[in-house]
Structures are given as C-alpha cells and as structure tokens.
Design a protein around this ligand. Structure first.
Ligand SMILES: Cc1cc2nc3c(=O)[nH]c(=O)nc-3n(C[C@H](O)[C@H](O)[C@H](O)COP(=O)(O)O)c2cc1C
Length: 477
C-alpha cells in the first residue's frame, strides 16, 4: 500500500488540513486518513447525512416554519465577501428556505439593503431603532421566529462582538437574543483570521455552540494575498444550513406514507353561493408540513383555503365533502391518516343548477342532507385501512366527553380534541389547545392535555407521537 507524506503537499493544502484537523480535534495524519476513507467509500457505504454535524448547534428542537419552509435569518456582515451573500440568499431559497436578511452598517458599504430585499422573501432590516421593525420588539421576533441564523460573511469584528455578547446594533442584538442554531461563515484576511484575538473568539464561539463553515483557503480580494480566510462558497454554506435544519435523525417518518386533510369544505347552494365554516386549514397544513419535514411521503387534501402550498407535499385541492372523500379514497393505501379538515356535516340536497333568483315575498327553501363521514368511512375500512387513523374533534362544550364518544362512534385510533369555543381564538387563529385521546386509554384515564401551543408546535408534537406509534407498530410486526 502506498504511503503519503503530508510534508510534500502545498502550503495552502497543509494550512487547510491543519485547520480541518484542529476543528475536528484530530491529528493532521488522522484527518488525512478520514478524508481518504471518505473518498474511497462507494456512495452506498456513505452515511445518508449530507454533511458531518461536527458541531450540532445549540440544543433546541427545531421550530416548524411557515408552510414547511424553514425560516432563515441571514445576517450580512461588512466584508468584501458580502456580495456572495446575495448568491447565498438564492441558494437557501433553492433549498426551500424562507429567507429574511439583516445587514450591519458596514455591510451596506458593500451591498445595498434594496438588493437583499429584492432577492429575499421579506424586506432587509438594518436598524435596531427602526420603528418599522421595532414596534413589536423586532429584534426579539427576528431572533426567535427564525429556525436558524446564518452569518455570512462573519467579519472578525462581528465574531468579536458575538464572543463578548455585545448587542449595540440589530445584527448583534439578534445574535444575543436568539435561542436558535447559529451558523457562521467567517471571511477575512488571513492575518486577521490567525490573529490571537480572533483565535480566542473562535474558541469561545465554538464553546458557545456556534457552528462554523470555512473559512476556506485561497486567493484573497487584496492583490497578492492568499491563505485561509476566504468565505466558504454560497453552495457549501447553504448545504450546511440545510443539514443543520434537517438533520437525518429528524427524519423520523422516513418511508411512511401520511395522508392529511385540511381546511373547510364548500357545499354549493347554487353556482355562486355555498355553505362553509371558519376553518383556515392552518392546523392541517402545519401537520402536513411537519410530516414532510420528518421525511414522510405526504399527500394533503385541502378544502378551499388561503394558504401557500407546503413544500415537499403532494397537494390536492378540493371543494366539497364528496370531492374530499373521493380523493381520500384514491390516495389510499397509506400508513397514517390525519383528518384535520372541518368537513361540512350537511350539504344542500336541492342545490340550484343556476343562480337562485331573489324573488319578492318568497324565500328559497333549502333542503339539507347529510354529507359522507370521511373519518368514519376510512376508520371502518376492512381493506386498505391505514394503521393509524387520527381524527380531530372541534368542540365548543364538553370537550373530553364529546371527543371520547366521537372516537368510539367513528372507530378511529386517536382523537385530537380542540376547544373551538367562541373566545378560544382557535378557528382561523395561530394557536391551539389540544387534548390527545387514544383508543387504548382506559376509560378513567385522564386525557393527555397539551399546553397552549402554536399550530406548528401542535403539528411537530403530533408528528413525534405518530413516529413513536408507527415505530412501536413496526417492532411488533
Ligand atoms: C474594503 C474593505 C473590506 C473589508 N473586508 C473585511 C473582511 O473581509 N473581513 C472582515 O472581518 N473585515 C473586513 N473589513 C473591515 C470591516 O468592514 C470592519 O471591521 C467593520 O467594522 C465590520 O463591521 P460589521 O462587523 O458590523 O459588519 C473590510 C473593510 C474594508 C474597508
């Protein structure tokens, strides 16, 4: 077997190797062995992880984001590589992220907030004391509403401020206020990068759980300068951000087929009028998005809603209860079905084929008839019944008793009971208070009450429970 002398490599490669080895806590020789092993492996032998997670950033459970799109706040620092941050916006969006930008004052010397706003999904923020963003404590909101913060380029100055906990501008205030994962892409002159002050700051930030990507080694913007300090390429940064947002261990429903229904149904009175309800579809959409993020193969059948289609979900739009049932039946077989739609109980039996005319002194006589019961129909299937059928019970009174009797009547496995009484703000709102009741609960069992949560958090919790149940089922069979 050939041997290899590290000393004979180019200085640039040696420097990059040393940096990589120091980051992963290995000797340079061991790092070379790791690189060779990785390169020699066939793709099939390689782990599924797109990126090594050498520094799993700070703690927390990842927040579900709008329509399955993780929300990334990109902080652009005042370095010459700021222009590459514009490409990074596009790369993050290509990976299905919702991107918002923040620029430091220095960054605005290199690129304009207008360009970043045009490329990103929302206007670029620049000022801690901007009344537009601060009316609702904007820096806290930006810090918490993001699933992740990416700093690119991370200047020596920004890193020093982060290491010291400064918060004298919007970027640093967000970085201090966040409890989300932070990924930074340093970019600076090699002398700045190797300066002992920067070394101390890097070590401190690593201890604080900040994830790093780069810097890479290569030519600097300054003529004739080369070394370690080039910002990682936008594609590399986006790939690492994606790996942090969607770690393989989070794909707890990988290989599982999930069907979700959402929204209201519209039952025609005539071609222009219909009966509907106040369901927004937000809860069902959040469940579909959370299941897709967990790696499930998701079909979402939605009544008429005013929501963007979630990412990575096969969506079918329907109008009426009968359309919904028809499409549910076509989507079977699945492993798990979650019926979160507020399907109209009745439809108009004598719906007009033409617009019903208003006539003086007489009112149209609408005759109601019962709609098909989608939850009961699927729960009682003898062929193609999903292993786990979950219904939602929206109740305005006697929540638990009504939900228990609904579970028994419909024959489903779980009921997610939610209080939609006037004043709860659930219908159309962003939060939900739910109780989970399962078929296996003994009659005197206290319902599993979840705290008031956002609909996204309800979805993430439900998906985790589904994964637990599905896994148990697999280990039993
Ligand atoms: C032309 C020019 C290029 C610069 N490039 C970098 C750089 O690549 N990395 C860096 O850390 N600082 C760089 N600086 C210095 C920063 O702009 C300066 O430290 C600034 O205060 C950083 O502010 P910020 O960290 O709030 O963005 C550069 C300055 C100039 C004038």
């Amino acid at each position: 077997m050939a041997s290899l002398t590290v000393r004979k490599l180019d200085d640039e490669i040696k420097a990059a190797l040393k940096l990589r080895a120091a980051r992963s806590g290995r000797s340079v020789e061991d790092e070379v062995r790791v690189i060779l092993r990785e390169a020699a492996e066939t793709p099939a032998q390689r782990p599924a992880a797109p990126e090594p997670m050498e520094s799993v950033p700070r703690n927390q459970r990842l927040r579900p984001a709008e329509n399955g799109r993780p929300r990334v706040t990109l902080i652009i620092g005042g370095g010459i590589a700021a222009y590459k941050a514009l490409d990074l916006i596009r790369r993050l969006k290509d990976r299905g992220c919702h991107v918002g930008c923040v620029m430091t004052r220095a960054a605005q010397q290199f690129v304009t907030p207008l360009t970043a706003s045009a490329l990103a999904d929302e206007p670029c923020y620049t000022d801690l004391f901007d009344s537009r963003s601060e009316f609702d404590a904007g820096h806290i909101r930006l810090a918490r509403d993001s699933d992740m913060i990416v700093v690119a380029p991370a200047t020596a100055d920004l890193m020093a401020k982060m290491a010291q906990g400064h918060a004298d501008d919007l970027a640093t205030a967000i970085l201090l206020a966040t409890n989300r994962p932070v990924l930074i892409a340093p970019a600076m002159n090699p002398m700045m990068w190797t300066n002992s002050a920067t070394r101390r700051n890097v070590a401190q930030l690593e201890r604080d759980g900040i994830a790093f990507i780069g810097p890479n080694s290569g030519e600097m913007a300054e003529a004739g300068e080369a070394g370690v300090g080039r910002m990682a390429e936008p594609a590399e940064i986006a790939a690492r951000a994606d790996a942090i947002l969607r770690p393989p261990q989070a794909r707890i429903l990988s290989g599982i087929r999930v069907l979700v229904t959402a929204g209201p149904t519209h039952e025609p009175i005539d071609p222009v009028r219909y009966i509907a309800n106040r369901s927004s579809g937000k809860q069902g959409f959040a469940i579909a998005a959370a299941a897709a993020r967990a790696g499930a193969d998701v079909t979402l059948i939605s009544g008429p809603v005013d929501l963007d289609d979630p990412a990575n979900v096969h969506i079918i739009h329907v109008e009426s209860a009968r359309d919904m049932l028809d499409n549910v039946q076509k989507a079977l077989p699945v492993d798990v079905a979650v019926f979160a739609a507020a399907v109209a109980d009745w439809r108009v039996a004598n719906a007009g084929a033409q617009k019903i005319k208003k006539t003086q002194g007489s009112l149209p006589q609408l005759e109601l008839t019962e709609n098909p019961d989608i939850l009961a129909t699927v729960s009682k299937l003898t062929v193609n019944r999903p292993k786990l059928v979950i219904g939602f019970a929206a109740e305005t009174e006697n929540l638990i008793a009504n939900a228990r009797s609904k579970l028994a009547r419909k024959g489903c496995d779980w009921i997610v009971a939610n209080d939609v009484s006037p004043g709860s703000g659930v219908m159309g709102g962003d939060r939900n208070t739910v109780h989970l009741i399962t078929r296996d609960d003994p009659p005197d069992h206290a319902p599993d009450v979840w705290p008031v949560m956002t609909k996204e958090d309800v979805a993430a919790t439900l998906v985790a429970r589904i994964a637990g149940a599905v896994k148990k089922d697999v280990s039993r069979s």
